[in-house]
Design a protein around this ligand. Sequence first.
Ligand code: ASP
Length: 359
Amino acid sequence: MNRKMILCFVVMCLLAFSLQIAFAAEAPNKLPNIKILATGGTIAGAGVTSTTTVGYTAAVTPVGKLISNVPELAKVANVSGEQVSQIASESMTMEIWLQLAKRVNQLLAQDDVDGIVITHGTDTLEETAYFLDLVVKSEKPVVLVGSMRPGTAMSADGPLNLYRAVILAGTKEAAGKGVMVMLNDTINAGREVTKTITDRVDTFQAPIIGALGVFTGDQPVFYRKSLRKNTTETEFDVTNLKSLPRVDIVYHYAGNAGTMIDAATNAGAKGIVHAGTGDGSIGKQEYPAIENALKNGVVVVRSARVGSGIIARNGEADDDKYGFIASDNLNPQKARILLMLALTKTTDVKEIQRMFWEY
Ligand code: ASP
């Protein structure tokens, strides 16, 4: 080797070395940081055999195992988990809601958290989603996910739902869309979605309005945005809340004479959501119980048991005369959530009606 060749070799080595350094500096880990908060449900459920899709036990798999069961998550996000509760969601409590909401707000205030996924049972998933939609104080994505089949079942839907929920929570376009629900290839708004079928994977629907978007492969595609105020735009704040006012739902049916309205009033309810027939109608025989509730300072919201549609104010009942609130298109379980939060601010029925038009 002559001197020229040696020089050339040294220059090439130096070049290769500096290129390597430059490449390493330009290629940091660009994956989003996603926190998974686990609450239980069928997505954490286990059955005796692979064909057990009923009669399984919900809420047994811990969050660490939910994550390690889907190693593909590591390709789309830096994922870490926390166990908030381990319950079937029919046993959800207001205490857990407050704890969950406070934790979500804490985490989203951190620079090193880009989005949150909450694993949840499907029975009350829509309620937790709407509650968070009203009290989360961040535009970063929050996605609720569940499954209709336990993790041990043939064709379990949980792993793919979780994988996509994590992708969604790490997607820039998902920011500012309110709290979302991700199951069965479909992205829905927490305010609008409801469980419509007892036992099918396509159970989550937003009646009349439709989904926000869908997944195609690993790609979320949005088609619209909910126009109702949510998250950072709401007036609700859970920071110092230790409990929520009691609000009961009373279901109307032919022959109902108001017994359950009296029961709610006597139990100390601050609000009652009337799940009326049709367009929120109230039976003649219920009125004495309702008037007694109003006299006792209970705030009454008219919703409907039919599952979709708007309650026409002053339509099936004289809302102005009685001081009722029409629930807009919120189903009874969602109207209850908004009424609970409204009652943390005011008992003025005009103000509460304004909130029902806004949220
Ligand atoms: N009962 C279960 C729950 O809500 C159902 C489910 O997760 O699909 O926790």
